[in-house]
Each structure stands twice: as C-alpha cells, then as structure tokens.
Design a binder for this molecule. Structure first.
Ligand code: ADP
Ligand code: MG
Length: 621
C-alpha cells in the first residue's frame, strides 16, 4: 500500500489549520458532526430522485462512542458515504468541499441545511488526534475503504469491509501534554456539553452511551450503573418552531436552558425574517442586570448560529451598546463565514441583521412602556441608566432612537413619566421643560430653586442620576420644547416675572456682596425664584452645578467649574438685616449665606472650620 502525500499547499494549509485557525480545539467535534449531518442530508436529497433508496428520517442518527483503553473517539453516520475517489479527493485535498460541489451539482435550492462549504472542517480532527481513520462505504459503490492519516505527510487508502452504507471516523487522541488534556474528549460529560453547545440543533439525533443509575430489579432499592444510548441534542431549535405553538413558558425555558441569565426574562421577541437576509432570532429583555453589568468585565453579544450550528457565543456586532442588556440568539443561513467559521467575512449581512434587531428591540420596549407600565418600570430600573448613556454617547447620535424610552420622576405625578407625557400636560404659557437635579427625590423636593417654578404650576422632572442632566443636555429639546434647569440663571418664566423690583439701594448691597465673594461667584443678584429661602446658587452658562459635581468626580477631570451666581431673596427677612449691617457684618453675613447655598447644593465647603467660626461669631453676638 502506497502512501499518497498531501499536496504541498495542502500540507502547509494543514499545518496552519491545526495550529492556528481555530481558537478552541473542541470545535473539531462540531465539524465532524456537521459533516455527518451533511452526509445524511445528502442521502435524503438522493432519495428524492433515486427510487431505489427509501429515506425514513427516523432511521438516521449520528453515534458518538469512546474507548478509554485505545484512546479512541468514534463517530458513525449512515449518510451517503464516500467512494474511493471521494476519499482521495475530499479528504486528501484541503479546501475541497464535496458538500459545496454537491449543492452546485444537485442545484439544491433549499439545500441550505447543508453546512459544509470550505472543505477544511474535517482537518480540525488533527488538532486532537494523532491518527484519523475513516471507514466509508458509498451509496454508489459496493466496496468499502479505509482512509488513514496522521495529518502530517499524507494518507493511505485500502479496501476494507463494511456492512452498511455510511461513514465511521475513528480518532486516536494525542498524548496529553501540560497545556492540553486530550483525554477529556473521552469523558462522557465533556462530550455531552460540547455537543449541546455547538450541535444542539443538528437535525438528526446525536446519540451517545450515557451512564445512568437505576434500581437493580423492579422491587429493589439497590441501584446499579448501566449504559444507556441517549439522544444528546434537542434537534429542532425553538426558533424554527411555529410561533403560534410556542407558549411563554417555552421561551422562558429556552432562556434558562441556554443560561442567558439566572432571572426570568421580562419579555421576548421572536423574529423570523425572509427578506434581503434570512434569519431567525429570539431576543430577551432580562428582568435584572447581571452583577457585572455596569463594569468593564461585562461583554455584550448574542449567540450566532449558521444553520443551527453555533459559530459565536457572543457576537457583539449584533447589539448597540445601549441595548447591551439584550440576550438571545440569531440564526442565519446567509452568513459568509470565514474558513474557521469563527468569524464573519463580510459584515454586510450582519449589519443588516443588527439594524433590524435594533429597531425590533426599540419597538418592543415602546410597546411594553405603553401597554405594561409596571413591567417597563422594572426594566427601566435595571437598565434605564444604560439607555441614558446611550443618549449621551456617540455625540448624541442615537438620541432620536432612545429619547422616548427615557423616564424621569415628575414633581406632579410623583412617579416616573415619559417626555411625551410631560409635554402633553404642559401649561399653555409654559415654554420650557423644567428639571431639577439632586441626589434623591426628597432632597430635590426641598430645594429652594424649585419653589418658583412649582408655584407657577409647572411640572418639574427630577434628575437623580449623575448621567441624567448630560443626557437631557444632549437631547437639547423635545417636541421643540427646550429643557431648562430650575437652577439656571434665566428661568424663562413668563415676561412679567422677569421685571426687577430691586431698588438702587439693593443693587448697591449686591455689588458689595459680589466684592466679598470675589473668585467664588461671577455675580450676586436678586432672585426671581425664591419664596421662603434667603439665597440660592444658580449657574450662568452651559455647565450647571450638578454637572460640575459629576465632572469633578471623574478621574481625568479638567477642573471644569460652573459659573456660579448667588441669588438673593430681597423679600426675605434676612435681607433686612443685610441692609442694616455695617460693612464688616455684611461681609460675615455674605460668607455665611454663600456657604449655606453651597450646603444646599450639596457642594463641599471650601473651609468648614472658618464657616463654623463664622456661625459662632453670630451666635455670640
Ligand atoms: P466541508 O464540510 O466544508 O465541505 P470538510 O473538510 O468538513 O469540508 O469535509 C470535506 C468533504 O469531505 C465534505 O465536503 C464531504 O464531501 C466529505 N466528507 C467529510 N465527512 C464526511 C462524512 N461523514 N460522510 C460523507 N462525506 C464526508
Ligand atoms: Mg465540514
């Protein structure tokens, strides 16, 4: 028997294959099972045109067996088999796909279930095996042949005997090394989990002997371990089933089986698209965020299947960052995969799918917001923050997509409301959407600056998260109504409120106070918004005080500061004392009031000791 050498380029390619194309050695099993499934499909297609063959789907399965003593892993199928020439050509030449040729020859239009296309998958076996034997009998030949190779220099083919049509592939596993325990591939549980992971939706049963314990006899409590031939894969993927026949529980079960999360998903979308790209997808909105969700460790992504075979566990290109909480899978026949089937070659199809998915998620969330507010609030509590980041990031590129999904606490409704709901309720004379920022609802409720706007009867949105104001600034306006902080210098209240009632004498006091606060505030002026409080710090310009706080807390802060204005309530009793004070007392009072304003804003006092001393001075008087 002569050894047929691999062609020179095949040899190089083979080395590359074995050593570097695949990141996970375990995928060899996926490739061999896919080939077995392809071979069985080919039998089915042959039966369509060949009357001498009857194809009963139930009779076909793929068997996986192990033998620890001989270190062998064997895969058996009853597919179409290979002739002598096919063994030589399809297994002897790398990058020759008999399956691709078959599809072309047979002009199988809906033969899209055939997985093979590159003619390299088979060689993945040499990542784990020191020798591969293929015993095959073709439907087209009486004789059976044995193909043997160690994957390095060539292969031999000799005649052998085999009763049934089909192929048996025997891998003799490599010796264990420090980095890799090849023996794992003889372990029943390991094999089961690899099959479940990559080949769960192969259309034929994948059977394996599994150890089970059972009572020794009918009336015995004693247990014994026996081998039982079990089907490992679930075969029909849920996403190919008829939606009408699927219940909510089925989707929840799939979520749990797939370990997408430990929670029970709030909602799902089942998509079947038969357009420019064909794909199926099942997407879930989880109920709660995983513990690492808002950390760098979190990896977004959907499972990606090509024809029911897992290609990627977390395909991040399928989800925008702001929907990174979505879990689930996409299965498509139309993906152009690269040679290792681990990556996608052209992302055109993927981009189309991603775009489609994005809009489906958006509309699903909108529907939930509209029809099941409680459910949406649950979702929003877990992931609202991510949506706000989405509005803010990428220079606001996605704000139009996201603004309607946002919700903020309303001073009037005492619960979260949407921007649309706010605008709907706006008073006729109200020109702006008002908001106030602070640590919590209770804290904002007590802020002096909300008084005037609330008095006016206007609703105020309470922003309690650091990202909130940045997100609103990015949106800038909703329904042509601009956002306006109740702390900003110009409140844009109705015209007559703007008129000043401050006398010249008052103005002189303000000017003196400004002098005392040199470098701390840009101005001291009469307040139009205060009712019961004496002072308040407003901000002139784009940066508000709340934003200053957030920016200052960032590691790379550029020392950005808001232009602060001390607003004084000229109608407050305290102002009478200011009027009567001599310059020294006025300076003392001014500093006290300024520090009070800082405290109310939640800003740190520049010099707490000086402040308490000032308080004592007043008390000792
Ligand atoms: P691909 O599956 O992409 O075509 P492979 O390297 O996995 O490439 O397989 C090469 C070819 O070998 C297949 O196209 C097929 O013609 C043949 N082949 C591999 N495994 C089997 C099998 N179990 N039964 C029949 N033919 C097979
Ligand atoms: Mg293949």
């Amino acid at each position: 028997m002569t050894k047929i050498p691999f062609q020179a380029e095949s040899k190089r390619l083979l080395e590359l294959m074995i050593n570097s194309i695949y990141t996970h050695k375990e995928i060899f099993l996926r490739e061999l099972i896919s080939n077995a499934s392809d071979a069985t499909d080919k039998m089915y297609y042959r039966a369509l045109t060949d009357d001498s063959i009857t194809f009963n789907r139930e009779d076909y399965y793929i068997q996986v067996e192990t033998d620890k003593e001989s270190r062998t892993l064997t895969l058996t199928d009853s597919g179409i088999g290979m002739t002598h020439d096919e063994l030589e050509n399809n297994l002897g030449t790398i990058a020759k796909s008999g399956s691709l040729a078959f599809k072309k020859e047979q002009e199988i239009k809906d033969g899209h279930d055939i997985i093979g296309q590159f003619g390299v998958g088979f060689y993945a076996a040499f990542m784990v095996a020191e020798e591969v034997q293929v015993i095959s009998r073709s439907v087209d030949e009486q004789k059976a042949y044995l193909w043997t190779s160690n994957g390095t220099d060539g292969f031999t083919i000799e005649e052998t005997s085999k009763d049934e049509i089909g192929t048996k592939i025997i891998l003799t596993l490599k010796e264990d090394t420090e980095e890799e325990t090849y023996e794992d591939y003889l372990d029943e549980h390991r094999l089961q989990s690899i099959i479940k992971k990559y080949s769960d939706f192969i259309g034929y049963p994948i059977k394996m002997n599994v150890t089970v314990s059972q009572p020794k006899s009918d009336d015995s409590d004693e247990m014994e371990e026996v081998e039982e031939l079990q089907t490992i894969n679930s075969m029909v993927p849920i996403w190919r089933k008829n939606k009408a026949e699927l219940k909510e529980e089925d989707y929840t079960q799939f979520y749990k089986d797939k370990r997408y999360g430990f929670d029970t998903p709030l909602d799902h979308v089942h998509i079947s698209v038969d357009g420019a790209v064909r794909y199926n997808a099942i997407l879930y909105i989880p109920e709660s965020a995983p513990f690492d969700y808002y950390s760098k460790e979190f990896e977004k992504g959907l499972e990606l299947y090509a024809n029911g075979v897992l290609i990627m566990e977390k395909c991040s290109d399928l989800l925008p960052d702001y929907f990174s909480f979505v879990k689930g899978m996409v299965d498509s026949e139309d993906l152009s995969l690269n040679i290792s089937r681990e990556m996608l070659q052209h992302d055109r199809q993927l981009k189309l799918i991603a775009k489609n998915i994005k809009s489906k998620i958006k509309s699903q969330l909108k529907t939930m917001q509209k029809n099941d507010r409680n459910k949406y609030l649950k979702f929003y509590e877990a992931f609202g923050r991510q949506l706000k980041f989405g509005v803010y990031s990428d220079f606001g590129m996605n704000k139009d997509d996201l603004q309607d999904l946002l919700m903020f606490y309303s001073s009037k409704e005492k619960k979260l409301v949407t921007l649309a709901e706010y605008v709907e309720r706006m008073a006729d004379d109200q020109s702006h959407i008002y908001y106030a920022t602070g640590e919590s609802v209770t804290r904002i409720d007590k802020l002096p600056q909300t008084e005037m706007v609330a008095e006016q009867g206007y609703e105020i949105l309470y922003l309690t998260e650091d990202i909130d104001e940045f997100a609103l600034k990015m949106i800038a306006s909703y329904n042509e109504k601009e956002f306006q902080s109740v702390s900003s210098a110009d409140l844009n209240l109705s015209e007559n409120d703007k008129e000043s009632t401050a006398t010249e004498e008052d103005q002189a006091i303000f000017a003196k106070m400004k002098g005392f606060l040199e470098g701390k505030v840009t101005d001291v002026r009469e307040s139009k918004r205060l009712k019961t409080h004496p002072v308040f710090l407003a901000a002139d310009g784009e940066i508000t005080i709340e934003m200053e706080k957030v920016l200052q807390s960032m590691p790379d802060n550029q020392d950005v500061k808001a232009d602060k204005v001390l607003e004084v309530n000229a109608k407050h009793d305290v102002f009478q004392s200011l009027k009567q004070a001599d310059d020294e007392t006025l300076e003392l009072y001014t500093k006290l009031l300024y520090n009070q304003a800082l405290l109310i804003e939640g800003l740190p006092l520049e010099d707490p000791v000086a402040f308490t001393q000032d308080v004592c001075k007043v008390m000792a008087n």
